[in-house]
Design a protein around this ligand. Structure first.
Ligand SMILES: [Zn+2]
Length: 287
């Protein structure tokens, strides 16, 4: 059964580790991530962007697939199904469809409107036992067509949003989605420390987990980050393994064209990537 992300994140904060959010795009992605979590006894959050939800045939199709796999694959570790960078309307749809967690990304609104919309969703999520992530300060790079400028969040605004009773808070601290440029300045730990000081026990979320160095990840966890989002790295791993299979002509040998064979190397590659991240984040054997 899907669970809210609240308990797993509270435990992560206490235990000084992070739970990974891995975005799903289809059946292979979902299966790879769930099996890796189970094999490594790690809690896990499945992220679904609005675009990925549409791609998979709608939020109800996603909920049906994930719930079916939890049963069919015998998954017993805590799993949250989470809307990633949701709009207000998208969050309402996911709540209705059976997601156990949503993110409302109001970072592109002015702070008053972000507060108004976030507090309305907090009220609805609370009544249903669903966890909710809010965002302050947009994350740089492109996420599903939404281009963020990579602002550094204002710690006082973070406190204002945290005080609304959200479950977890994403704050821009110089992180970006996708590939980091060579001249990237790194994470702004001074701002992260200030946000932590003002928001107390609020689990903090780090987006753009692909390409952040191990040292920076560990420092971020020590400063209160309890959830780290990874998306691009699984996509690279899947694409590379699939390309290799085709380039080696394996799809032309025997029944190598069978989609279950064709997509297997990519699926295995996602499993390797997810396990590496779980090790780095410290979530293995925490379920
Ligand atoms: Zn993000």
């Amino acid at each position: 059964m899907l669970v809210s992300a609240k308990e797993m994140l509270d435990k992560a904060r206490e235990g000084k580790y992070s739970v990974g959010q891995f975005n799903i795009n289809n059946l292979e992605w979902t299966k790879a991530i769930l099996l890796t979590a189970q094999e490594n006894k790690s809690p896990v959050i499945l992220g679904v962007s609005e675009g990925a939800g549409k791609y998979m045939g709608g939020y109800k199709a996603v909920v049906g697939m994930v719930n079916g796999m939890l049963e069919g694959l015998g998954i017993t570790v805590p799993v949250a199904l989470h809307l990633d960078h949701g709009s207000y309307e998208g969050a309402l749809e996911c709540i209705d469809a059976g997601f156990s967690s949503v993110m409302f990304d109001g970072s592109h609104y002015d702070i008053d409107e972000n507060i108004a919309k976030t507090s309305e969703l907090v009220r609805i999520c609370d009544s249903k036992g669903i966890s909710i992530e809010a965002e302050v300060g947009s994350i740089g790079g492109e996420e599903d067509g939404v281009v963020g400028t990579g602002e550094v969040a204002d710690p006082n605004e973070c406190k204002a949003i945290a005080d609304l009773g959200v479950t977890m808070l994403a704050a821009g601290i110089g992180n970006i989605h996708g590939q980091y440029p060579d001249n990237w300045a790194g994470l702004d730990f001074d701002v992260l420390a200030k946000i932590k000081e003002l928001t107390g026990d609020m689990p903090l979320v780090l987006h753009g987990g692909t390409g952040i160095s191990e040292e920076m990840i560990q420092k971020a966890i020590s400063l209160g980050v309890c959830k780290i989002n990874v998306n691009t790295e699984c996509q690279w791993a899947f694409a590379e393994a699939t390309r290799k299979y085709i380039e080696e002509g394996k799809d032309k040998v025997g029944k190598g064209f069978d989609p279950r064979k064709l997509l297997a190397p990519g699926t295995e590659a996602i499993k390797v990537t997810v396990k590496e991240k779980m090790e780095l984040f410290g979530s293995i054997n925490k379920a």
